[in-house]
Design a protein around this ligand. Structure first.
Ligand code: ADP
Length: 830
């Protein structure tokens, strides 16, 4: 039905108005048909199936009366006999174009909407519906707006039609040809996918602008909905494609790997890593996420690639560290003391300090105190004390030697980008420990050095600082690791090599070394039983006599500790065990072996050292000094030879600069004393003096040999012997004053070991004597001196007067002080 076929509404309805009487001026009575599920708009042609008798009657009457019928939509479709309240107030006047009776008594009519009408009165006759209807005219508030809206709708419609099938394709063209905007809105409205009530609302909008606007809005929001749908669809599709693609690629990769033959291994490996990750209950959140990510990376990597190894190693390192895995720490001091005593002889003070430390720890419940540092020569039990602490506290034990560590990366690891990078030694050792609260012994902190590769001690500072070590960052692992549960203990031979900042963090516990009697006790109670067991010998099978042990101590070792002693005992045990096995094989019986002095030589060969090392005879030109080296105290023999020459001083024996200076100072003192010593004033110009300190392989330094050098020089020059059993230590000034020295305890131990009877020490060292065990003080005569003259009197065999080169010297004159002005060469006075 086109617009052309329909007469202009007003004109058309004017004719009708003549036929019906109306009680209102513009209202006309029309036959009416209530509609259930449709809203008919003006210009809309629609087939209607009519079943209600009253409706059929209304249609028939309308046909008789000029084909116009008023169509109005019911608010509720289920009502059979509608009233004015149950139909909408606005409907449409329509022309019946066709009517067809159907066999079941119902009819089908084809109607064409013509014009809006409002019900003034709903009339119910017995057999049909009719109503007093007032025509509704369009209004228009703004012609320009209408024009704009018209254009917008046409534009939108074009788009809309493309996306939805609701708009038949030819409708776009039809709509474009419509020149009446009101009609355009009515043309599109029935096609919109909105509810019946929404359509009714559009029908009720008499203002064209408003109607167009509503239609436009509905179209736009439908479009928006469509666009959103479209977007979602695309996204879902893309996701599906990606999943499918991943699946496909994974399958393909698996196929390739299978072809190469490594899928099973690789999958097994990845499964294993994942399992390990699951089983690591206390892994930090950061580490867990990192490992997860790396495993994912691993899965995607081409097999056998170098990169794969790097990633795998990294994951394995992280998973092999003890994250939060701890041993149960025992806090009880009683058993701890027992264990320390069981493992070590003597060491009263260190043991007390350790117990104090553990007591504080158990009170505070954490390790925030200073780090223990055992300082002493090798073999005095520093490491084994560390092991005992671990045993006593129920912690595991790891040891890391810092000797020769000169690179920060050794402590902290290399970054992962380096080829062959590994975590630093701290984390490596923790992996070995398997828990994150072991006793961690850092050996030889004094042997660490610094060079261009960074300062390892600064990394160590961080490790040892209880305030920062809960977030220790290793370069390789590149994550925080908590070291705060670790009990660090350090050891050193001397304090000199330890950077002051590190020393600040430490509680120094000195272990000086053992006396002969202590060594004997340690050997009998600890070392021999230990070595018997280690070599598979029963307790009674091998016995060491005290003499044999002493013989080993004196003639086969020269040390402050007991390491070599243990080694020699081990060596004997091994040899005896071999013998026993051989003999056992031959004779089939068990034998007992007793070790005495002579069998020691059988097993260990010719003695390596002269016992005691004190000189056997008084000698000219040889004095006994005392030195303090890293291996403890030692006897130092100083030899001086006089040759004719022209005043040169030759110094040999691997001496340090300070010791050389000390020798020169000694020489100057001797020259200032020349006259008193009966030497010619110019004696030095006619001779060369050679000072030598044998056992030159051991570096020696320090000023403490001053008085010993002087004594040797004087003895050599005056040809007076030095007493063989006197040892001495002390620095000398040019005027002969004797200054204090360090390491007195170690030196006196060495003198005692060396069977010296008298030790000359500077008076200012008297305060250090309190550290020396009673027993030693009983065995040794300690003489304290202020001046070199006293040393000469004590050390030289002055009664062999004939040995003096020049005239005899009166005692009182000899030790006069200070040098008389006439001793000073006359040229200095001018
Ligand atoms: P350090 O670490 O000081 O160089 P070690 O701890 O390695 O020395 O000791 C060497 C050996 O001597 C170890 O077998 C140790 O058990 C033993 N030892 C040292 N001191 C004692 C002691 N006081 N009692 C028992 N054994 C000791």
């Amino acid at each position: 039905m086109t617009g052309r076929r329909a007469p202009r509404p007003r004109f058309f309805l004017k004719g009708l108005a003549m036929i019906f009487k109306s009680h209102k001026e513009h209202a006309v009575t029309y036959m009416m048909m209530p509609l259930r599920d449709i809203v008919v708009f003006p210009h809309m042609v629609s087939p209607l199936f009519v079943g209600r008798e009253r409706s059929i009657a209304a249609v028939e009457k309308a046909l008789e009366q000029g084909k116009t019928i008023f169509l109005v939509t019911q608010k509720d479709a289920s009502i059979d006999s509608p009233s004015q309240e149950t139909v909408y107030p606005v409907g449409v006047l329509a022309t019946i174009l066709q009517m067809l009776k159907l066999p079941d008594g119902s009819i089908k009519v084809l109607v064409e909407g013509k014009k809006r009408g409002r019900i003034n009165k709903f009339l119910v006759e017995d057999d049909s519906f009719s109503a007093l209807v007032e025509e509704v005219d369009d209004t228009c508030r703004d012609a320009n707006e209408v024009k704009a809206l018209n254009a917008m709708i046409l534009d939108s419609l074009d788009n809309f039609a493309k996306f939805t099938k609701r708009i038949p394709p030819d409708m776009v063209a039809t709509a474009a040809a419509v020149d009446d905007p009101s009609r355009l809105a009515d043309l599109i409205a029935p096609q919109l996918n909105v509810s019946l009530s929404d359509k009714q609302q559009i029908l009720e909008l008499t203002d064209v602008c408003e109607r167009l606007e509503r239609v436009y809005a509905i179209m736009e929001s439908a479009m928006e909905l469509i666009r959103t749908e479209q977007r979602i669809k695309t996204r879902v599709k893309r996701q599906m494609e990606k999943t499918q693609k991943d699946y496909y690629l994974n399958e393909q990769m698996r196929a390739i790997q299978k072809e190469i033959g490594d899928t099973d291994d690789r999958q097994a490996e990845i499964d294993e890593l994942e399992e390990k990750l699951q089983s690591k209950k206390h892994l930090s959140e950061e580490a867990r996420t990192r490992v997860d990510k790396e495993i994912k990376k691993l899965k995607m990597m081409p097999p056998m690639s170098a990169e794969m190894n790097v990633v795998r190693n990294y994951i394995e390192w992280i998973l092999s560290l003890p994250w939060g895995e701890k041993s149960d720490v025992k806090m009880d001091i009683g058993p701890a003391e027992q264990i320390l005593n069981d493992d070590h002889y003597g060491l009263k003070e260190p043991k007390e300090r350790i117990l104090e430390y553990l007591a504080v720890e158990s009170l505070v419940q954490k390790l925030k105190g200073p780090i223990l540092c055992f300082v002493g020569p090798p073999g005095v039990g520093k490491t084994s004390l560390g092991k005992s602490i671990a045993r006593a506290t129920g912690r595991r034990f790891v040891r890391l030697s810092l000797g020769g560590v000169r690179d920060e990366a050794e402590i902290r690891g290399h970054r992962r980008t380096y080829i062959g990078a590994l975590p630093g030694k701290i984390l490596q050792s923790l992996k070995k420990a398997g828990t994150d609260n072991p006793v961690f012994l850092l050996d030889e902190v004094d042997k660490m050095s610094t060079d261009f590769r960074g300062d390892p001690s600064s990394a160590l500072l961080e490790v040892l600082d209880p305030e920062q070590n809960d977030t220790f960052n290793d370069h390789y692992i590149d994550m925080d690791y908590d070291l705060s549960g670790v009990m660090f203990i350090t050891t050193a031979n001397t304090l000199q090599g330890i950077p002051p900042a590190l020393q600040d963090r430490m509680e120094i516990i000195r272990i000086a070394g053992y006396m002969e009697s202590e060594k004997l006790a340690i050997a009998k109670q600890y070392l021999v039983p230990k070595q018997l067991e280690a070599n598979g010998l029963a307790a009674g099978q091998l016995e060491f006599s005290d003499n044999s042990v002493l013989h080993i101590i004196r003639r086969y070792t020269r040390e402050a500790g007991v390491r070599n002693l243990e080694r020699e005992i081990a060596s004997i045990c091994r040899k005896v065990a071999t013998d026993l096995v051989r003999q056992g094989a031959q004779e089939g019986g068990e034998r007992k072996v007793k070790i005495d002095k002579s069998s020691v030589e059988k097993y260990l060969g010719v003695p390596r050292f002269r016992y005691g090392t004190a000189e056997e005879k008084n000698k000219v030109g040889i004095s006994t000094g005392l030195a303090w080296t890293e291996v403890g105290g030692e006897l130092l023999f100083i030899e001086v030879a006089v040759m004719s020459g022209k005043g040169e001083l030759i110094i040999t024996g691997k001496l340090g600069d300070v010791m050389k200076e000390s020798a020169r100072a000694a020489m100057s003192y001797v020259r200032s004393r020349a006259q008193l010593l009966g030497l010619d004033k110019e004696f030095y110009q006619l001779i060369d003096l050679h000072i030598h300190v044998p056992e030159g392989a051991i570096p020696k330094d320090g000023p403490s040999a001053g008085i010993a050098i002087t004594t040797a020089i004087i003895s050599a020059l005056t040809r007076v012997e030095v007493k063989k059993d006197i040892a001495m230590t002390g620095e000398i000034t040019l005027r002969g004053r004797v200054l204090p020295i360090g390491g007195l305890k170690e030196k006196i131990f060495a003198a005692h070991r060396g069977l010296i009877s008298t030790v000359i020490i500077p008076r200012e060292n008297e305060k250090d004597l309190k550290d020396i065990p009673e027993k030693i003080l009983k065995d040794l005569k300690i003489v304290m001196v202020d001046h070199m003259d006293e040393v000469i009197r004590l050390a030289l065999v002055t009664d062999s007067a004939e040995a003096f080169a020049g005239k005899a010297v009166e005692d009182k004159q000899f030790f006069r002080e200070p040098p008389a002005p006439e001793d000073i060469p006359p040229q200095l006075h001018q």
